[in-house]
Design a protein around this ligand. Sequence first.
Ligand code: SF4
Length: 440
Amino acid sequence: MQKFYKIITYGCQMNVHESEKLAGILTRLDYMPTEDEALADVIVFNTCCIRENAEQHALGNLGALKYLKAKKPSLIIALGGCMIQQDNVAKEVKKSYPFVDILFGTHNLEDFGVLLKKRLETGKKVVEIVGDKPKICENVVPFRTSYPNAWVNIMQGCNNFCTYCIVPYVRGREKSRSMQAIYSEVQKLVLLGYKEITLLGQNVNSYGKDLNDGTNFAKLIDFLQEVRGEFRLRFMTNHPKDLTEELVIAIANNKNCCHAIHLPVQAGSDEILKKMNRRYTSKDYLDKVAIIKKHLPDCAITTDIMVGFPGETEQDFLDTLNLVKKVGFASAFTFVYSPRKGTIAAEMPNQIDEAVKKDRIMRLVDLCNEQTRQFSATYLNKEITILCEDYDKKRDLYLGRDQYGRMGYFKSQENLIGEFVTIKVNSATGISLYGDIVEE
Ligand code: SF4
């Protein structure tokens, strides 16, 4: 009889890709995907703990499955991901959610098939959470659902300990894959027809340091020039302190590399950057931007910015606005700081009042939206190449991004998903562009 699985994913792109690996493991065990929980034989929660509300959300959804388990005792419920790497959460789940069959962490995702078999054979709850030992899944073939885009992990973990972030505590120290393993995976994906490959890591700029053989991210970008086929190369995410001129030159020299760099600044005040333990100043950041503009004058620089970090004064916030004005970002993800239990920043004095945070985020969003609009306006009447990646049924439009990350929409009678398409832009709203196909 056919067996089905459902994976519920929380959090970042890294987790989405890890869910593809879990799906790959389940596919090899002859399970088929389903969205219908009532049909599923296995339901896996791949959790994220970066934000506390994601954690609460996951626990809420998990609790709602209790009734399903009571109706169908053969259903296997598994909970994995970085949330479970926290001792207190693992203990709470064991105590308050006794119907969970398998608990596993981020470091032993590769073993999920073995854990599932163990649960099925013994009928007993399986709890296997490995500590601070990131393991690269070299032996799992992901079940990818994002054609024509594919994600490739190049490293696990993070060594940075930004004071607001829980990642290094739950994902462990940096561990890089070999250049050869990454090259092989990228080449196979391109041969299979994938057109956009995104290299993933918490801080791709420090890729290779732990290998202690001179490998670095710039060398990896150079090495990937050897991959045969038509495709685009992207990577995320970067840390300003580790972004080097050697890397920017490697990007400029690699014909497949998109001229788009996501460089999270977080704040423009040196005092706040220090409290965040970001290990760069606003001047260091602007120097990195100058290096990018020198070698990649057309590069779209995007960023993450946080407001309301503990102790942030009005002047600190104005420093952030000034930095944003100086750089001119193509787009920015803006956040209000919220304390994350288990981090240093959560214990800092002078937490900022919610009303002040709200006022600052609105002022920041206004500025960033204006920059986004200005960047999009430069596209009007231009021809751009986009990789068609989806079809919007509601609007009856195909869509895809250009190399700078802008989303373009267009009409087509043909299904062009997976094709590079040239469109002439005739309107731009926010981060979206609309145009017509340019006939060859
Ligand atoms: S670089 Fe900082 S924010 Fe990014 S994952 Fe590491 S600790 Fe977290």
